[in-house]
Design a protein around this ligand. Structure first.
Ligand code: SF4
Length: 110
């Protein structure tokens, strides 16, 4: 899990960030190239643009969830998401829709 205390200084301020455990696998930059970029000097990825719309946030979340080293964090700072696209209610709905679906009980006992 990404640590806010290890947040790379190259990240633009805002809720999404990459920490120093990045292994330069390129996945986030391929998944969400509008938000993640490679620092050529260090080889780390960093967030250079914060997502604003719900679609952009979904892409950033996809990159976050796909990161093999869990180096991408979301500090939950709602105020960094531009309005009107990122109201707290909309973001909570998106986060709920991205949550794992619990198994459904069938009523059968095996
Ligand atoms: S997906 Fe994770 S490990 Fe791979 S480049 Fe991005 S931040 Fe680094």
């Amino acid at each position: 899990m990404a640590e806010n205390t290890d947040r790379l200084p190259q990240n633009i301020p805002g809720r999404y960030y990459v920490d120093s455990t990045c292994v330069d696998c390129d996945l986030c930059r391929n998944t969400a190239p509008n938000f993640f970029r490679r620092d050529e000097e260090t080889g780390f990825s960093f967030v250079y643009h914060q997502p604003g719309t719900l679609e952009e946030i979904a892409l950033a979340e996809e990159a976050k969830q796909g990161c093999p080293t869990e180096s991408i964090g979301n500090d939950g700072s709602i105020d960094s998401v531009p309005r009107p696209y990122g109201s707290q209610v909309e973001i909570e709905k998106l986060e709920i829709s991205n949550a794992p679906v619990p198994p459904v009980a069938t009523g059968r006992v095996s």
